[in-house]
Design a protein around this ligand. Structure first.
Ligand code: SDX
Length: 377
């Protein structure tokens, strides 16, 4: 049975999340995503994914202590990032930084469950520090040392700008991290699982995942959504712009999904965050353009008999841009949050591992004979 892009093929059992594609629902270990976004912090969600349950106060304090202690990145890795050309895409720089972390992690080659759990925490703690340092260095500035007093998401915003975010911005970033933490067997998670299924190491699995998430059909879509919003420029341009793009058979970034055949449940939560930010800052333009795009896509794709809906990347673009984050850092934010899910899947894969090696159907020629080079061509 062959299925292009493994569409519809079940490659593993997982206890981490369930996606209800037809209904547009998402559950992390039994909890609806709306409930987690509203009532849990990203750190609590990390605990849920890694240990199977939301933490008690003591368990959360212990995890927070580790996430704070592990968020520093050693100077040797920063110096490697310093040598990259400033034009390097931040996701390419993150791929390099995450890989370099392994050389300074004494447990990098230790694949015991205990070492992997400690590495999951270290990687999740360090990805925001790497991302902020990448942005500072490419702008000719020195990285800002992580705060020991802020939560993971708030500290990320602090390390980007040097000023502590206000309560609303900190909460919005935290919810965005929760929404991006985990999503079943998406392409980057699958890449991580394929990598460690050979009994390679956790850092290699995360580096595979970063390279996979970078693509515009996956995590790279949020950056391209922002480019689209800027290209459209004003709300009144949205409709003609989208119609022309569809005429050219182009994909509208931030729409459609391999599994959701209804609205991605993360989209309305992010839309609400974008509305809160727009109300606070007074700039509703990006949200208005987004809503116009959504309306014309509903009409156009409905006419084509192919209803497709906004996915997680569509409204996250307006949220991050309004938070003052440059659009080419958006996928790095996705990677920072998804490191929790990637590492949880890596540990799940290794609990009951089997090398992942599908088949390919050969459709090339057969029965050919080697000719001397003089008689070729
Ligand atoms: C993420 O897998 C995950 O869970 C990923 C993710 C996660 O949390 O990990 O949810 C995060 O990656 C979200 C998706 C971000 N990508 C984009 O926004 C890029 C734009 N989207 C598309 O390229 C597309 O929708 C995919 C890649 C996401 C899904 O594509 P599929 O399942 O391969 O569907 P398809 O390409 O077969 O499309 C079906 C039809 C096609 O029309 P026909 O060729 O049959 O005529 O729908 C059309 C497509 O042309 N279509 C679109 C479209 N997406 C699909 N048309 C216009 N714009 C789009 N965005």
């Amino acid at each position: 049975m062959s299925s292009r892009g493994l569409e519809g093929v079940v490659v593993a059992e997982t206890e981490l999340s369930k996606i209800y594609g037809e209904e547009g629902r998402l559950v992390y270990r039994g909890y609806e995503i709306e409930d987690l976004a509203e009532h849990a912090t990203f750190e609590e969600v990390c605990h849920l994914l890694w240990y199977g349950e939301l933490p008690t106060r003591e368990q959360l304090a212990a995890l927070n202590e580790r996430l704070v202690a592990d968020r520093d990145v050693n100077s040797e890795v920063i110096d490697i990032l310093r040598r990259l050309p400033p034009s390097t895409h931040p996701m390419a720089a993150l791929r390099t930084g995450a890989s370099a972390l392994a050389s300074f992690d004494p447990e990098a080659e230790d694949m015991s469950p205990e070492a992997n759990q400690r590495k999951a925490i270290r990687l999740t703690a360090k990805m925001p520090t790497l991302t902020a340092a990448i942005d500072r260095l490419r702008n000719g500035k020195e990285p800002i040392a992580p705060s020991k007093d802020l939560g993971l998401a708030a500290n990320f915003l602090y390390m980007l700008s040097g000023s502590e975010p206000d309560e609303l911005n900190a909460r919005i970033m935290d919810v965005a991290f929760t929404l991006h933490a985990e999503h079943g067997m998406n392409a980057s998670t699958f890449a991580a699982r394929v990598t460690v299924a050979t009994l390679s190491d956790m850092h290699s699995g995360v580096v595979s995942a970063i390279g996979t998430l970078k693509g515009p059909l996956h995590g790279g879509a949020n950056e391209r959504v922002m480019e689209m919003l800027k290209a459209i420029g004003e709300p009144e341009n949205a409709e003609p712009w989208v119609r022309a793009a569809l005429e050219r058979k182009e994909r509208i970034m931030g729409f459609g999904h391999r599994v959701y055949k209804a609205l991605d449940p993360r989209a309305p939560i992010l839309k609400k965050l974008a509305e809160e930010l727009a109300a606070k800052g007074g700039n509703t333009k990006w949200l208005e353009i987004s809503e116009r795009i959504q309306a014309v896509m509903r009409e156009e794709m409905g006419k084509r008999g192919k209803p497709i809906y906004p996915n997680v990347d569509f409204f996250s673009a307006s949220v991050y841009y309004t938070l003052g984050i440059p659009s080419d850092l958006f996928t790095n934010i996705f990677a920072c949050a998804r490191t929790a899910g990637w590492t949880a899947h890596i540990m799940e894969q290794l609990k009951d591992n089997r090398l992942i090696r599908p088949k390919a159907e050969y459709v090339g020629p057969l029965g050919k004979k080697v000719q001397p080079i003089e008689r070729r061509g």
